[in-house]
Design a binder for this molecule. Structure first.
Ligand code: DAH
Length: 380
């Protein structure tokens, strides 16, 4: 004690301490192992280091044995550290460094042993409890517009219609010109869209009818295609209208295709989509790209035709526009109108989706609010 107070380390207390830890740690010090000075302690550390480097563990149990022997509260690293207090002040720094290196050496060996056994033991190792419940995989949901689109597509697929897609940024020709809507045609006013300043010939397509042109241009006949996609219009955004929405276009071109084929195809669609009891009516209409043209209504499936807010008390809900492809359109796509005829139709997806899922605001479809989207998790 006195020696320590004087700041000088005496050989004997070091030896005493070390002998103490050696015996307590189960090291056979032997009769001649008289560890009484620093040199011997350093020698001992070197030996431990060799033992540490040579230590191999086959499983977790042996890694734990290593930890207890070297890094445990009664382990050799702690015991050797305990010698620090016996070291004379002028050697404390150098000796402290040696002890610290020793500790780090043991710790890093422990880490690598752990990694080794974790890699070799695999999932059957004792650390993994296979009886625990698994991590739940969060289930996403399909967007209601996608759900409705898929429904429509799958009905027409059963009639042999294949699916085609086209670009959302279109040129004037595909969106208007080829569809018999030359520049300054008044019908263009009904489909005001977004023009691209750098290239006035480019527009965000106002309808999926542009994809009809792209399919016809390919020159492969007959064509029986369904063309779903997003379209754009320069409209004020509100609960009932939006500057973008979705349509599905249909096109059938072959020899001898008649208006009767168009009606029959759409009857089938309505039955599959809205049920057997729903009534259908065609009203004459006008589209520059079809002649004759019609709009198709179904009897209101909300009130059964009695008259309600959805059908504006008329008992009918408008579903789509359709008609026989105009000969000019066929000619624009190098198809001989004397040999081939065809019908086309186009319908919006938002409206049937609003009605089916009882959604009262169109904006909900594009706000990406997960509270809204989550409600469709179980819908197919
Ligand atoms: N393109 C029309 C629109 O957006 C819908 C349409 C009407 C498409 C008649 C057609 C059709 O193919 O034949 O209002």
């Amino acid at each position: 004690m006195q020696d320590r107070k004087n700041g000088r380390a005496a050989a004997l207390p070091v030896a005493k301490e070390l002998r103490c830890f050696c015996t307590s740690a189960g090291v056979d010090v032997g009769a001649s192992a008289y560890l009484c000075n620093m040199e011997q302690l350093l020698q001992q550390i070197e030996e431990y280091k060799k033992e540490i480097a040579a230590f191999e563990a086959a499983d977790d149990k042996q890694v734990e044995e290593f930890r207890i022997r070297f890094l445990g509260t009664k382990g050799l690293v702690k015991a050797v550290m305990g010698e620090m207090k016996q070291v004379p002040a002028d050697q404390k720094k150098a000796f402290g460094q040696i002890l610290n290196d020793f500790k780090l050496f043991a710790e890093s060996r422990y880490e690598s042993l752990r990694e080794q056994t974790a890699a070799t033991q695999g999932p059957a190792g004792s650390r993994i409890d296979l009886s625990l419940p698994g991590d739940p995989a969060p289930l996403g949901s399909r967007h209601p517009i996608t759900l409705m689109r898929n429904r429509i597509v799958s009905i027409f697929q059963r009639l042999g219609f294949a699916v085609a897609e086209g670009p959302e940024i279109e040129d004037d020709w595909h969106n208007f010109g080829a569809l018999n809507l030359p520049p300054h045609h008044p019908a263009r006013d009904m489909q005001d869209t977004f023009y691209i300043q750098q290239n006035p010939d480019w527009v965000l397509r106002t309808h999926t009818s542009s994809v009809q042109i792209r399919e016809m241009e390919k020159g492969k006949l007959p064509i029986r295609m369904l063309m779903p996609g997003r379209v754009y219009r320069n409209e004020t955004v509100s609960a009932r209208s939006h500057c973008f929405f979705h349509q599905v276009e249909g096109l059938y071109i072959d020899e001898n295709v008649s208006f009767a084929d168009l009606k029959q195809t759409l009857y089938f669609f309505v039955k599959e989509m809205y049920g057997k009891d729903v009534k259908v009516r065609f009203r004459p209409s006008y589209f520059p790209f079809t002649e004759p043209s019609a709009e198709m209504d179904v009897s209101c499936f909300i009130c059964g035709g009695e008259g309600c807010n959805i059908c504006k008390k008329t008992g009918w809900v408008e579903i789509l526009g359709c008609g026989m492809v105009h000969p000019n359109v066929l000619q624009n796509c190098n198809i001989d109108p004397n040999k081939y005829t065809g019908f086309a139709f186009g319908m919006g997806i938002e409206r049937p989706a609003l009605l089916k899922y009882d959604v009262n605001d169109l904006r909900l479809f594009s706000e990406n609010d997960v509270r809204f989207l989550k409600q469709f998790t179980s819908a197919i």
